[in-house]
Design a protein around this ligand. Structure first.
Ligand SMILES: Nc1nc2c(ncn2[C@@H]2O[C@H](COP(=O)(O)OP(=O)(O)OP(=O)(O)O)[C@@H](O)[C@H]2O)c(=O)[nH]1
Ligand SMILES: [Mg+2]
Length: 444
């Protein structure tokens, strides 16, 4: 981190042609710099209209918004300048501001300062970027809840339980004559209560990951079963090439759609077959298909209903882990049906029968992923901290069972507390902060 209190500047909006461009300056020198470049005296807390001037030359007609510390995003004196959205003008103003003593902000530096100036905690800082990168309205809603402190509140509840029992243990150790030793049963019930809360959050972690990263749905089956036709039907788009030649799809293609607030990536794969005559390109495509099917969150396993399940179909179905969600789809229903797998959905892309039923079944599978819905959302980093904290709590619980010295038990409780503190940012290292803010965009 450079000097915390130097003055930084960055474009807040992308450097492309647009209606409006915004430049933000934050730090001790912001007002002084603004006075030098603005055509007239500005008033704090007001919308100021005027010109950005370089010496006597007008650079642009702008709106200037001054925010006095601590009432700003970063907690420092801040100036926001709304310019016309020309990359040339924005760059000229940035150069001018930098020539007067500001430096270009690093990625996420405005938010990092908001955190370091105690305007927000780390869960809220991470929520800012999550909100910007949200793929669906639902993810945006949860990120906004985090920004308002939903995850922090949950973590604080757990920390309070641990802090309280730790304080009692330490008091009895420090003042053995005045304070009685804490009952082991009291320590146990506090630890169990914290443990349950952490386990509840972790139970919803996979649904959080799906909300953040989306869900992968693979359309799998042998050549010519109608995979690309179904892909197009689900997208209501002629995206994939469909022909009666087996092996039409050589490489997988994917598109994303929103299904019940979840970002779903639909993948059309190359038909899988074990045929000596197939060429090198198709072979690679098939290996790819198997990989996609095995890594998908949901598999749509296709077979032709009027032909029935063939040996080749069975060989493909056996490649898929049956523990994972999957839907059997019997295709070309318009040509008749001779054999069905229990629970299979019969579809035809010719008359579109069964397509809505299949969409509903896909949504049912998605909602099973999403069953443990919480107000907040967690990311991988936060989940790792929760897991580490849980390990320490479990170790403390084992020690309580054998009535280990409370001095020793307190060490595990302290560590559990420290790791939870990394979630909110009460305990942080420079490395952790750099890792988090490096993923931000410039100007945030
Ligand atoms: N009658 C009928 N024909 C269909 C239906 N769906 C697909 N077909 C036909 O089946 C043939 C193969 O369809 P595709 O969607 O290309 O099959 P695919 O599984 O993607 O095939 P590959 O890419 O070669 O693996 C085409 O001639 C389609 O017109 C259907 O519901 N009814
Ligand atoms: Mg195809």
């Amino acid at each position: 981190m450079k000097n915390l209190f130097d003055t930084i500047v960055a474009p807040v909006t992308p450097l492309t042609y647009s209606g409006v461009g915004i430049i933000r300056i934050s730090g001790d020198k912001s007002f002084e710099i603004a006075e030098k470049i603005f055509s007239r005296k500005f008033e704090i807390g007001r919308i100021n209209h005027g010109w950005i001037m370089r010496d006597d030359k007008k650079l642009d007609e702008v709106i200037l918004l001054p925010f006095q510390n601590p009432k700003s995003y970063t907690g420092e004196d801040t100036i926001e300048i709304q310019t016309h959205g020309s990359p040339i003008i924005i760059k000229e103003i940035l150069n001018l501001v930098m020539s007067l003593g500001a430096r270009m902000a690093e990625r996420g530096e405005f938010t990092k300062r908001a955190f370091l100036n105690h305007k927000i905690d780390l869960t809220e800082a991470e929520a800012v970027m999550d909100l910007i990168c949200s793929k669906t309205a639902k993810t945006a809603e949860k990120s906004l809840n985090n920004l308002e402190g939903a995850l922090r509140a949950e973590i604080e509840k757990i920390r309070e339980i641990l802090k309280e029992i730790l304080a009692r243990i330490i008091a009895s150790l420090d003042f053995p004559e005045d304070v009685a030793e804490v009952e082991y049963s009291d320590i146990e019930s506090a630890l169990i209560s914290a443990k349950e809360k952490i386990e509840n959050i972790l139970a919803s972690a996979s649904s959080h990951n799906i909300l953040r990263e989306g869900i992968k749905i693979a359309i799998t089956g042998r050549p010519n079963v109608g995979k690309s036709s179904l892909f197009n039907a689900l997208l209501s788009l002629d995206r994939a090439i469909v022909t009666d030649i087996a092996g039409t799809t050589r490489d997988s293609i994917q598109e994303t759609v929103e299904l019940d607030g979840i970002c779903a990536t639909l993948i059309d794969t190359a038909g899988i077959r074990q045929d000596e005559s197939i060429d090198k390109v198709e072979k690679i495509g098939i290996e790819h298909s198997i990989n996609i099917a095995q890594n998908a969150d949901i598999n749509l396993l296709l077979y032709e209903g009027h032909i029935g399940i063939t040996e080749a179909d069975n060989e493909i179905f056996e490649l898929i882990d049956k523990e994972k969600p999957m839907i059997y789809v019997s295709t070309k229903a318009d040509l008749g049906t001779c054999e069905n797998i229990a629970g299979a959905i019969q579809i035809s892309t010719k008359d579109m029968s069964g397509i809505n039923e299949l969409k509903q079944e896909i949504k049912n599978k998605i909602s099973a992923f999403n069953a443990l819905e919480t107000e907040f959302i967690t990311n991988q980093r936060q989940q790792e901290c929760l897991k580490k904290s849980l390990e320490n709590i479990n170790r403390a619980l084992e020690a309580v069972k054998v009535e280990e010295l409370q001095d020793l038990i307190s060490i595990d409780i302290k560590t559990a507390l420290l790791v939870l503190g990394e979630i909110t940012g009460e305990v942080v290292t420079d490395e952790l902060l750099n890792n988090i803010f490096e993923s931000f965009c410039i100007g945030k």
